[in-house]
Write a protein that binds this ligand. Sequence first.
Ligand code: APR
Ligand code: PHB
Length: 396
Amino acid sequence: MRTTVGIIGAGPAGLLLARLLHNAGIDSVVLESRDRAYVEHRQRAGILEQGTVDVLRAAGAGGRMDREGLRHDGIELRFDRKRHRVDFPALTGGRSVTVYAQTEVCKDLIALQLKDGGPLLFEARVDAVESATADAGSGDRPVIRYTHEGRDKTLRCDYVVGCDGFHGVTRTVIPDNVRKTYERRYPYAWLGVLADVAPSSDELVYAHSERGFALLSMRSPSVSRLYLQVPNGTDPAGWSDERIWDELDARLALDGDWALARGPIVSKGVLPMRSFVTEPMCYGRVFLAGDAAHIVPPTGAKGLNLAVSDVTVLARALVRRQRTGSADLLDAYSDTCLRRVWRAEHFSYFMTTTLHTDPDQSPFDTRLQISQLDRITSSPHAAAELAENYAGLTIG
Ligand code: APR
Ligand code: PHB
């Protein structure tokens, strides 16, 4: 089999790239190692930046998002038992975010691709990318070796895009002496739960407390998504439903009138926290996009949005190459993306370290965190910095 763009991975990055290329008349094949049900049901974040919403809409993938997504014009920062609102449109010239789960974005893109896009193969595991050379201009074309229906297969491509997430294989195509990685691990994780109960707040609540961080989020008007900072290595089985609600109650507690509504917890899981960037994001005719190239800790919900901005930039560059013969945007791909990636890395790191309690934290460190939160919630300049990063910069 051969194609113009071989896409490895059917997460949001791979699926959206296939859609953008299809819309521009460029053929692609998507290879995904998992089955469709797995991809459509794994729990991920659910906050779409303004720019992400605009891209999905323009790609013709925004119908259900526009009907079912919840527009949010701000978040609440809770600390010292008080609530403080950050108003996004007022601080950013009208930008906002949309609550619409990543699983739903994937379902919508999969349905579109299977209806009228190029091939999307599930249970097709890529074993290797071969014949990749540093020189995109040479005659050599990359080849993907994969396994499907028990058989070894080959896909010849003009370009290969690794959208295969943090554990993917594509990154290793870039030789060790070319590839640089940057990493930071955090001394805590998140326990995330999905609960069948209406969210107790109209907007997301990010809570700093001496017991650790808590986040109140949602999936719909009747489903809450909640997180607690927990030590690394935590077994979710050690957290009964009652213990989870009691701890959320304690960390979200306010002076004043507010109560956290409890309901049946339908899923529980622990998420690691890591920052990771690999540079460059390309090697000759092979490109990396999304989690394959970078990971952010989830505080601030940048992961999905970065995947979307990467593939938006890449699709534009591939279309330009096909239509005009110019490779200038492809050549600039890595630098263009990394600038935004490092901004999101900083923002996610900042949100994480400002809101969580480090096991080695001193009372001095806690005072600094409170001072920083106080600054954000009392100065429109400081608040605008958070709001711009949260609602997202323009893509490009
Ligand atoms: N062959 C085929 N597919 C593979 C292979 C392989 N060897 N290795 C990994 N994959 C698939 C995974 O099964 C997964 O479906 O690649 C896909 C990668 O998808 P994601 O992990 O969702 O990554 P991405 O599309 O970059 O989306 C980033 O996901 O982790 C979240 O918070 C992150 O929201 C962000 C988003
Ligand atoms: C989520 O709803 O899963 C979510 C929301 C905001 C975050 C992280 C995760 O910062």
